[in-house]
Design a protein around this ligand. Structure first.
Ligand SMILES: [Zn+2]
Length: 234
C-alpha cells in the first residue's frame, strides 16, 4: 500500500466514523429512550431491541433482534454445524486457549460472577441444583473425599491420576444408578472403619456395589484380600 492510498483510506475511514457519529447523535429520542433504525425492516425501535455487539462502532448490531432471530434460522443452523465441526477438529488448541483466557481474566471473571450471584440468589440456587443433579457422582466424590481426609484414610502419596480414577468410580456408580434405576454405591473392599482392619481410600480398595449388596456387606471383613464371604450370605 502506497503512502497516498493509505492516507486516503484512513481519511475515508474517518469520514465514515464521523458520519456514523453524527447518526448516533441524531438518533431519535422517544419517551426519553434512544431509538435506532433497523437496516433490515427499517423500523425505528428502542436501543434495547438491538443486540449488543462489541465489533460494531457504537456497540449495537445494525439489524434489530427480531430480524436477526427471524431471518437467519437456516444460517444459524449452518453456523452451529460449522462451529461444532471446528471445535471437534481443533479440540486441543481450543481447550488450551480457553484455559489461557480463563487464567488471564480470572480475577475479573470471578468478580463478575460473584456480583451476579449476589444480585440473583434465586437463579444461582437453581443453577447449582441443576448442576448438582446432573453431576451427582462428582458431588458424592467431593463429600466422600472430605470425610476420608478427616479420618485420614486418603494417603498423601496418591498421584493426581489415582485421584482421577477414584472420581471416575463415583461418576460410574452414579451412571449405573441412572441406567439401572437401582441405587449403586462405591464401597471400600477393606472397610475404612472395620473390626480390626483399616482400609484406605485408594482406587484398588474401591468397588461399585448395588445398595442392597453394600448394606449386607456393611463393614464386614473376612480376612482375605477379595473379602467376598459376605456375598455367600446374600
Ligand atoms: Zn428489524
Amino acid at each position: 500500500m502506497t503512502k497516498n492510498s493509505m492516507i486516503s483510506s484512513t481519511s475515508s475511514l474517518l469520514e465514515t466514523k464521523n458520519s456514523m457519529a453524527s447518526k448516533v447523535k441524531n438518533r431519535p429520542v422517544i419517551g426519553g429512550i434512544q431509538h435506532k433504525e433497523c437496516t433490515k425492516c427499517y423500523e425505528v425501535k428502542p436501543l434495547g431491541d438491538f443486540f449488543n455487539c462489541k465489533k460494531s462502532l457504537f456497540g449495537k448490531t445494525s439489524k434489530c433482534k427480531s430480524c436477526i432471530k427471524g431471518l437467519s434460522e437456516p444460517k444459524r443452523d449452518q453456523k452451529r454445524d460449522y462451529d461444532r465441526q471446528r471445535r471437534l477438529e481443533n479440540q486441543d488448541a481450543i481447550r488450551r486457549y480457553d484455559r489461557y483466557r480463563y487464567r488471564r481474566d480470572k480475577e475479573k471473571r470471578t468478580a463478575l460472577a460473584k456480583r451476579w450471584a449476589r444480585k440473583n440468589p434465586e437463579k444461582r440456587r437453581a443453577i447449582c441444583r441443576k448442576y448438582e443433579h446432573k453431576n451427582k457422582g462428582k458431588y458424592v466424590f467431593y463429600s466422600r473425599s472430605k470425610q476420608m481426609r478427616r479420618c485420614q484414610a486418603t494417603p498423601k502419596w496418591l498421584t493426581p491420576e489415582q485421584l482421577d480414577q477414584i472420581e471416575m468410580l463415583y461418576i460410574l456408580a452414579d451412571s449405573f444408578t441412572r441406567i439401572t434405576g437401582i441405587k449403586h454405591h462405591v464401597d471400600h473392599i477393606h472397610p475404612i472403619k472395620g473390626n480390626g482392619v483399616r482400609g484406605l481410600h485408594v482406587p484398588w480398595n474401591l468397588q461399585i456395589l448395588s445398595q442392597s449388596e453394600n448394606c449386607s456387606k456393611s463393614n464386614k471383613f473376612d480376612g482375605t484380600f477379595e473379602n467376598l464371604t459376605w456375598r455367600q450370605e446374600l
